[in-house]
Structure formats: structure tokens, C-alpha cells
Ligand binder design. Sequence first.
Ligand code: PLP
Length: 367
Amino acid sequence: MTTHSLLDLPPLSAARFASIEDRVARLLDTRQDVLVMQGEALLPLEGAIRATAGPGTTALNVITGPYGQTFGNWLRDCGATVIDLAVPFHTAVTAAAVRQAFADHPEIDFVSLVHAEAATGNTNPVAEIGEAVREQGALFYLDAVASVGAEPVLPDAWGVDLCVIGAQKAMGGPAGVSAVSVSERAWARMAANPGAPRRSYLSLLDWKERWIDGGRKALLHAPAQLEMLALEECVERIEAAGLETVIARHRAAAAATRAGALALGGGLEPYVHDAAEAAPVATTLRTPAGVVAAEVVAEALAEEPGLPLAAGGGALAAEMIRVNHYGPDAEPKVVDACLAALGAVLARRGLAVDPAGARRAAAESAR
Ligand SMILES: *Cc1c(COP(=O)(O)O)cnc(C)c1O
């Protein structure tokens, strides 16, 4: 009989599952309940909205990229009144804009926000916004999928009631499991919501009642074992390196990409104007007029298929290049390779580029 390392594993125990949850909780420095969810991050993202929002909810939905759009759709589907606060993709939302929305609509009792957007390359000041949300007394829902591992994510310190993470970006882990930290306030909101999913795969309350309240002794269904083991390994790797070190690697990659792109020339510009509002997880670049970003990316990838380059989604495909320097790609050599490949494509189009200058600027940004 042949043995298969991925197939011949002993079953994953409830105790092991609980210990993985505890490690994720430590990573977030939270004392809230942390649930590991058996699906990609969209599972807890949708589950948390459906659990806490209903016809009585007035939600402030901050849109700094495509995910905010999705959250607004779920909120409306739940019957919530939704006030969209859309922010141009080249910038971040400010706490002042959030406070203004509260002043205009004192009835707001829910806020949904994406921390960092891999799709648009911006990051929002969650700590400051959290203060405003606390004063308003609203429930605070945060998508931290693209920030965890790339910058601090501190649900307790920031007053986040529902903080969703996934492992597939800066954590360098699997995509098929995710986690959400849930505050007591959020549990109370769910318990009082007749529309919250119950006896459903989307249900957070099922896990509260049958897993957490039961002392985490029995799982609701067979755990996604391979993904759970991969999550455990990925958290172990972050613990071994030190979360600070992993975060520093991402910050350095973002700074190098930004500085390198500016020095490269060829009309490339950082898409997010202010460096302080640029996400450490991924750097977005604007192509000059007449140069289609998706074509540049396709040409670069045809030569070097492994590079973490992508064009922006939808209409952004014309003008946005994404350098996804996260996880194992948050490394100077990957950044250099991306800049070199983009430089080569732009040079072939007759644009003036300085690849050596780009390399130098990227290296110097790390000092
Ligand atoms: C990547 C990401 C997710 C997860 O979605 P995928 O499309 O499956 O990668 C959720 N939220 C944000 C902000 C993300 O960047």
C-alpha cells in the first residue's frame, strides 16, 4: 500500500482545532472569542453581516475598493438602511469623514470598513476610526484579510467588534480557512436578531452555541483538516519569525516598490498618492495615458510567469498595475524582479526608463 502524506493523516481533534484558534487569537492580541471558519474569508465576511444586520440597522458602509461594494450589497439584502461613504481609490478614508457621517446620520449603529485593500492598494486608519465608532456606539465590522501579517491588526485596542482575517495574503497561508474575532456586543446583537442565520453553514451563532458555549469539546462537523494544518503551520512560521519581522518585511517591500517605481520612470506613478495611505500588503501603480495596464502585466508575465503582478479589476485594468508583494513575495529580490520586468515592457514601448536607478532607489528605501 502506498502512503500519501496528505491523505493518511489522523483525524484532527477538537482540542487541536481549539489550540489553533487560540494561536490565531494571540496573533490578533485579542481576548474576544475567535472562531476559525471552514471556508475562504468571504464565509465569515458574509456570515458576520447577515448575523448582525437587519431591517432595524442603519449601516455606514465605507467603500475604498471592491469589497466595500460587496458588503453594501449584503447589508441591503439583509434589509439594512445603508449609507455609503465612497472614497476615491487613490486615497484612504479619514476619521473626520466618518465623524461627519455620524453627525449627518445620528442613527448609524453599524460601520463596515476594509482595513487594507489588496485590490486598490490603500490602507485606512482603523485606530482613529475606531475611536469615532466607539463614541457613536455603533458596531464595528472590519475586513482585515489584506492587512493581517502586513501591518498591526488589533481588534481589542481599536474597538473592533467583528474582525475577519484570512491567511492567504500576508500570512502566506492557505485560502480555504479564515477566522473572525467576535466581541460580547456583537454576540448580543446576533442573539437579538431574528434574521441571523441559524442551523446554517453561514451561522456564527451555531458555533457560539454548540462549540464555544459547550467548552469547545465537539466540532459541528468534520474539520477541513488539510487547511487547518496549513493554518497551524503558517501561524507557527509567523511566531518563529516574529510578527514584527513579518510586518517589517511587508513594509520594506512596499517602500521599495514605491521608491523603485518612481525612479524607474516611464510614466509609472504610485496609484495611492500619499505613501502613508498606501497598503504594505500590495503596491498599486498607475500607467501613463495610452498604456494599458493589463497589456503591460500580460507581457511581463509572458516573460516571467512567476512574478506577483496583476492588473486592477474591472475598469481599473486599463490603468492599474498591482504588485502583490505579500507572503513569501515580500522580499527585495521579488520587488527588483517586478520592477525590472515592468521596465523592460515600458522600454519596448519607447518610454524612457532607468532600471538601474529603480534598483538603487529600491535598495536605498530600506535604509
Ligand atoms: C483578498 C481579500 C479578501 C479575500 O478575497 P479573495 O478574492 O478570495 O482573495 C477579502 N477582503 C480583502 C480586503 C482582500 O484583499
